[in-house]
Design a protein around this ligand. Structure first.
Ligand SMILES: NC(=O)c1ccc[n+]([C@@H]2O[C@H](COP(=O)([O-])OP(=O)(O)OC[C@H]3O[C@@H](n4cnc5c(N)ncnc54)[C@H](O)[C@@H]3O)[C@@H](O)[C@H]2O)c1
Length: 436
């Protein structure tokens, strides 16, 4: 280890200053976790509303209670800024910016590039930089390292660079940031050891791997694994319907096998910032190497057709009752891409509402977390889901199983329920309740 690395390790294991770039679903919980260990945390975000919210001690992420932010800000452990210049004295800088897809599903790493340029402008010997954003293998070494070295510092000697994928599952109370092991890949051994020392503060276990590319690939494997298995179970749901079998009963019984099986559940389609996008980062990269991935493409095709399948389910259910979709009053319950969060990025609900509306249905929605949403360019506001609302619609379409819904009341009051989440699964079967 160099002298710079020794000094930095000392700081990282005692009371470091940790900078976070991007205070979103990943960055804010991470900022709070580091601050809770006694580190001084400086958060930076380009979104002035997020900066103002943290400064005011309020929260915009469901998993992070406002009182915790207020306490940490009040104690001087957490601050928020809109300029990366605030991180010049930080011991460690963790980058958690978005990694969306471009129009042709190619990686859009412009946020990473902008963050890397901003860090390069202030980097000084004795700093550790970690990228957490999900991205294609090679990003850390090809995009970040050269930008820093162009400023005259040597990675592994003066400054230290690693990739550590974020594995947080927003809304998951059982597995929080503090319960999930952290995979770390450093450009050099010192980089890996220093990043491991940083994450040992908050993670139950640090899993070092041989380099950043491996760590980048680990995250893509995890999310591709989910995407492919969800596609498989979505296709099982379609096949089970054709054969008149309940896919939920099949999954429940198959899950009793104590080895070699892991349950995944069908739904109205993939959503959120990660699962619909991440596997394409890998596809893009391997295509450059002349390999055409098949599982990723196939899974994407099945998952992306689920919203359309749900529109067909609604149409068929009405048809079986001699009703047309055109003119039918549909109440959608849940537009967030999963239960317990307000995130509507890539939510299948948006496409389903658009698809139903395009066929003439009169669609409204309720979501306890999402007061308004844009369907294409059309703004919609959440409506009530009380007894009168349930009884007055032709169909109640369950797209997100938020915990606050009273499923028994929904089944009792609504004339027709289409449940894409098996939220009503514990209730007795009824002819007016159709499960995916
Ligand atoms: N959301 C999840 O569940 C999840 C889980 C694991 C990994 N990830 C990955 O983590 C990364 C971040 O995702 P997220 O959901 O937290 O995104 P997010 O959109 O919630 O937050 C990102 C934040 O970064 C800010 N930002 C963008 N460019 C910036 C810059 N140059 N300087 C400062 N701030 C900047 C944005 O304003 C935004 O507030 C992505 O790569 C994502 O794939 C997300």
């Amino acid at each position: 280890m160099t002298a710079a690395a020794d000094t930095l390790k000392q700081r990282l294991t005692t009371n470091p200053t940790v900078g976070l770039i991007g205070l979103g679903y990943v960055g804010l919980p991470l900022a709070v976790a580091f601050a809770e260990t006694g580190a001084t945390v400086i958060g930076v975000d380009l979104d002035s509303r997020r900066v103002a919210a943290v400064r005011a001690g309020t929260s915009f992420i469901e998993d992070v209670p406002a009182d915790v932010i207020a306490r940490l800000v009040g104690a001087g452990r957490l601050s928020a800024h809109d300029d990366v210049g605030a991180l010049k004295d930080a011991d460690a800088i963790v980058i958690c910016v978005p990694t969306p897809l471009g129009k042709s599903k190619e990686p859009d790493i412009s946020f990473i590039v902008a963050a890397a340029d901003a860090v390069a402008a202030i980097i000084r010997p004795g700093q550790l930089v970690v990228l957490e954003s999900t991205t294609y293998p090679g990003t850390t070494q090809e995009i970040l390292a050269p930008r820093f070295e162009a400023k005259g510092v040597v990675v592994g000697r003066d400054v230290f660079l690693a990739f550590s994928p974020e594995r947080i599952d927003p809304g998951n109370k059982r597995w929080t940031l503090r319960d999930i092991p952290k995979v770390v890949g450093g450009v050099t051994e010192s980089c890996r050891d220093l990043a491991s020392a940083l994450y040992a503060r908050i993670a139950p276990q640090v899993v070092p791997v041989s380099g950043p590319q491996t760590a980048e690939m680990v995250k893509l494997f995890e999310n591709t694994f989910r995407s492919v298995n969800i596609a498989l179970v979505n296709e099982f749901a379609i096949m089970c319907r054709r054969l008149g079998i309940s896919v939920w009963e099949v999954i429940g019984a198959a899950s009793t096998k104590p080895f070699g099986f892991m349950p995944f559940y069908p739904g109205p389609g993939l959503g959120g910032h990660c699962l619909p996008s991440d596997p394409h980062y890998l596809s893009w990269k391997v295509r450059l190497e002349g390999y055409e991935p098949r599982f990723i493409t196939f899974a994407d095709e099945i998952n992306r057709r689920m919203p359309e399948y749900v529109v067909h389910l609604v149409t068929d259910a009405l048809n079986d009752r001699s009703r047309a979709l055109r003119g039918a009053r549909v109440l959608v319950l849940g537009v967030a891409y999963k239960a317990g969060v307000a995130d509507v990025r890539d939510s299948p609900a948006l496409e389903i509402i658009e698809g139903l509306s395009a066929k003439g249905a009169l669609v409204e929605y309720h979501d306890p977390y999402v007061s308004s949403v844009l369907i294409g360019t059309r703004p919609m506001k959440s409506v009530a889901w009380d007894r009168a609302a349930l009884a007055s619609r032709d169909v109640v379409l369950v797209l997100t199983a938020h915990a606050s819904y009273d499923w028994a009341a929904i089944v009792r009051e609504a004339p027709l329920v289409i449940d894409t989440r098996n939220a009503t699964g514990s209730l007795p079967p009824a002819p007016h309740v159709i499960r995916l």
